[in-house]
Design a protein around this ligand. Sequence first.
Ligand code: R2B
Ligand code: URA
Length: 310
Amino acid sequence: MSEKEDLEETDRFPDGTIKLRNPHIAEMDQDILYHLALGSGSHDLVEMFSDVRYVCMGGTPKRMEGFANFIMDEIGYKLPTGTTLLDISYLSYRYSMYKVGPVLCFSHGMGIPSVGILLHEVIKLMYHAKCKNPIFFRLGTCGGIGIEGGNLVISESAVDGLMHPYLELPVLGKMQRRPAILDKQLAHELKDLRFESDPFSVTVGKTMCTYDFYEGQGRLDGAFCDYSEEDKLDFLHKIHQDNIVNMEMESLCFAALCHHAGIRCAVICVTLLNRLTGDQVSTSKEVLGKWQEYPQMLVSRYIKQQMGLP
Ligand code: R2B
Ligand code: URA
């Protein structure tokens, strides 16, 4: 079943705008989106953002600024002469945000807590701005499991380090669980946008999302390590047999919160290395920079196709 069919009718209003699962927000005089340096009282969020249809996020401000400039060229969006893109959230000193017509780009930092805070505020932004049927993309990096560096993985589902397919968060002293469900149809639509001539392969598969880059991903090169190389390889081969094809640090939360908000979403990551053969990211910065453009190429093709552009 596709994510679209799976969404309950109550997840969005008939016009495609977001229903917030929080009765308190509507009762507040204003809502301050603190980490975005925006607010429903201080800014006309409908005027600024109601045309947004595609929300693209990735780890670093530089990469997302690069993506914003790339997508601007791709969709033929013109800024007034003599102006450049502005980081709308620069006053927050936390996340960066760039708007290019219907595309909104964010940096989300590293890990579940960082992307989680951002998602709360971006989902509320979609609600306040009355955005219709927005689609969320994470364009990231990852470690491949059995996949060499420089190739793409689109997550069809996400699990935590114990293979649980849900996000756990202690709320008021109790563990809350939210299923981490991604849109399989969207994942395959993105995969189909690969050209024969592309220098990368595209795998749709299961992603393990961890709370740490080093011990959490079974690396031997952290400041601490209490296991052997054999233990590490046993684990990586075992999860590979369970169809895990990559590891990263945000997909679980991204999938869980988007699904809970009734938002279609996809995670597209480029592999930086094959974890079955190493731990250190030793490829040159120049090559890594090129690889990180690969997720952007697929997402840009998707957005252009949706916008009816050649
Ligand atoms: C991929 O790369 C980062 C760690 O280097 C992390 O944000 C992730 O998910
Ligand atoms: N990001 C991760 O989380 N792990 C890797 O191995 C590479 C990038």
